[in-house]
Design a protein around this ligand. Sequence first.
Ligand code: HEC
Length: 213
Amino acid sequence: MKRFLMGGLATLVIGVALVGAAVYSGMFDVAADRPHSRFVYHIIETARERSIDRHARDLAVPGNLADTERVRRGAGNYAAMCAECHLAPGKTDSEIRMGLYPQPPDLTRHEEEAAAQMAARHFWIIKHGIKASGMPAWSMGGIEDGAIWDLVAFIQRMPMLSAEQYVALVESSEGHSHGGLPSTAAMHPDDDHTPSPGHADNHEHSHSGGHEH
Ligand code: HEC
């Protein structure tokens, strides 16, 4: 028994030393265009899933997520804040999504039933984000809980929408509006054409002839 314990301890010490060496020597690769090893991936995935399960477990899910009004309000915010990473009906990929690691899940593809079961999970992730991935904590920008549930409602409906229905729903919505920061200043500095000294650096796109490569 004692020998067994000593063996376990030695393995642990060697393991910690190896991880430490990989981190401090710079050998651990943080490049987003090279996937994690299976071992690192497994640890991160387990940490993420356990953490989300634990934190989302006791959330009270509103009973009216299928309401047309909720879905409509969620659509405009989804188009403005999420589609670039998570796609939308008629939008099959984006430059930002291709380069992100982990790659943002394609939210147009899940089953309706699965999405309903995942409402609490989705709410928690949208509100708090996920560390060291591209997924932002939208509560930090002041987005209110009600607007987050609207997004959850929209995500449940999205897989059933054609590209035309999606566009129509986004147009019928209030666009990017959810309390919190004023929308143009928060997300689209380039949409605001009023010259302002503080914005001088934000206009690189237009000075270089727009988005070309
Ligand atoms: C800059 C890219 C980016 C933007 C913008 C973004 N997300 Fe994400 N999102 C991610 C990434 C990356 C993940 C996966 C994180 C992981 O698995 O560790 C993710 C995960 C999620 C998930 C979890 C899916 C699941 O069940 O695992 C949901 C739901 C989600 N995002 C919703 C949204 C919504 C709604 C918005 C807009 C308000 C949004 N995201 C905006 C990158 C983004």
